[in-house]
Design a binder for this molecule. Structure first.
Ligand code: UDX
Length: 438
């Protein structure tokens, strides 16, 4: 009989994982404490925007391959339980809030009365898994037969379905050969299709995830630091990135300078990593991450300052079009979004801001209800003194600069992502300003 899988937590990670497991041929139940989210998923509707998810979800819900519920008892007869709940930054500091992970284990454990594998996928501080294993041992009726493993998830929003079905690597943190065998079976199709597997212990598996994100954040802040230098040296950071990116040891990916990184992962993960290093008495090892964070936050300030400069010293009552609210394109996620942060800062300084995003406005409204939102890019730009391009949606790259020049008050654009065609915009009469470019 096919393996049965439960997925605890059906947010950006868990919902995609549940559907991905159904696609791999398993019978899946997704469990979440959020009744609205569960109801939407059970109807076959994704509660957030992720390319490709809607179709796959609808298909597998209709076929009965995946069900969703708020009742943890429904997970009882699964063979493998994936814990996919969030670990946001705590309100009182840099550390990760572990209450959802602990809550998930506490809610699940009493139902585990047969041998099973509980697999953590959430991003957690190193050392968490060992503690959870003990918690499981104490609370689960199956005792030691409910084993814990760690299998970090590396999916990128906007590519989540693709990254789930063909991950570029699988990491199995295990404490027994049986656990490794179970995970190899779960992912047998993915492994057969070529995803490499790294088998290791629990702490290494936990660390792989946070160190990968720390590396990516560092790479982005490195190029953004070069952008700061390029700005004072009259050099072009995009050419610099192309040139150093040709070195295979460096690589061109994640060298796009601009407004900096955001989202539900990189910012909070580097902060939680620093906090954990401190607890372990090794803060010196990650002191550089504070600088990575600071460089990143300076980028938002740079866009605000440049905007002020371009509208004559004060943004008060100036009309500012903000193209983009999501932290990245092909996502409706506005968590720690640089675009929304910049829009908010300008608004609070008295600017007449108009924000447009193809997918993220409902989420942006929830976080920042008083910001004025527009129905289209053209509407946002109508009468603008300056246009800020802050999330690189294809829709914005496809805008016709000549047509847009007709609707703005002054044709001035700040390309916060350095990806508009500068020559085309200039040829259409625009003052084009990139970040870290002459
Ligand atoms: C990230 C990791 O890539 C993923 O492996 C992990 O599982 C979760 O965190 P995600 O947050 O979805 O994924 O987005 P990612 O594509 O990594 O981009 C993060 C941020 O960096 C975005 O705000 C993006 O705009 C920014 N970025 C990315 C840059 O500013 N420059 C770049 O060159 C690349």
């Amino acid at each position: 009989m096919a393996m049965r899988i439960s997925v605890i937590g059906t947010g950006y990670l868990g919902a995609v994982h549940a559907v991905g497991m159904a696609e791999l041929g398993y019978s899946v139940v997704g469990v979440d404490v959020d009744a609205d989210k569960v109801a939407a998923l059970a109807r076959g509707e994704a509660p957030f925007y992720e390319p490709g998810l809607d179709d796959l979800l609808a298909t597998h819900v209709a076929a009965g391959h995946v069900t969703f519920t708020t009742d943890f008892a429904a997970a009882a007869d699964a063979d493998v339980h994936f814990v996919c709940v969030g670990t946001p930054q705590r309100r009182d500091g840099l550390a990760a809030d572990m209450s959802y992970v602990e809550g998930a284990i506490d809610a699940l454990a009493p139902h585990l009365s047969k041998p099973c594998l509980v697999v953590g996928k959430s991003t957690v501080p190193v050392g968490t898994a060992a503690g959870l294993a003990e918690r499981l041992l104490k609370t689960a009726p199956a005792g030691a037969d409910a084993e814990l493993a760690w299998n970090p998830e590396f999916l990128r929003e906007g590519f989540a379905v693709q990254d789930t079905l063909s991950p570029d690597r699988l990491v199995f943190g295990v404490t027994s050969a049986e656990a490794e065998a179970t995970l190899r079976e779960v992912y047998s199709r993915t492994i057969a299709a070529g995803s490499p597997v790294v088998v290791t212990d629990l702490p290494t598996a936990e660390l792989v995830k946070v160190s990968a994100n720390a590396f990516l954040a560092t790479k982005i802040s490195f190029i953004n630091a070069m952008a700061e230098i390029a700005e004072v040296a009259d050099a072009d950071v995009t050419k610099l990135a192309d040139a150093i990116g040709h070195d295979a040891r460096i690589g061109r990916k994640f060298l796009n300078a601009g407004i900096g990184f955001g989202g539900g992962c990189l910012p909070k993960d580097i902060r939680a990593f620093m906090a954990r290093a401190g607890e372990l008495g090794a803060s010196h090892a990650l002191a550089f991450l504070a600088e990575v964070d600071a460089i990143n936050l300076r980028r938002r300030q740079r866009v605000v300052d440049l905007t002020r400069e371009l509208v004559g010293g004060s943004v008060a009552n100036r009309r500012i079009a903000v193209l983009g609210a999501a932290f990245k394109p092909d996502s409706d996620d506005v968590r720690d979004s640089p675009a929304l942060n910049v829009a908010g800062q300008l608004y609070l300084q008295g600017a007449r801001v108009s924000v447009y995003d193809p997918k993220a406005i409902p989420n942006a409204r929830r976080i920042f209800p008083t910001l004025p939102y527009a129905e289209s890019a053209v509407e946002a730009c109508r009468g603008a003194n300056v246009v800020l391009h802050l999330t690189e949606w294809q829709e914005f790259r496809a805008l016709d600069p000549a047509a847009l020049a007709e609707v703005v008050e002054t044709p001035v654009v700040i390309d916060g992502r350095n990806c508009l065609d500068a020559d085309a915009w200039r040829a259409a009469g625009w003052t084009y300003r990139g970040l870290g470019r002459p």
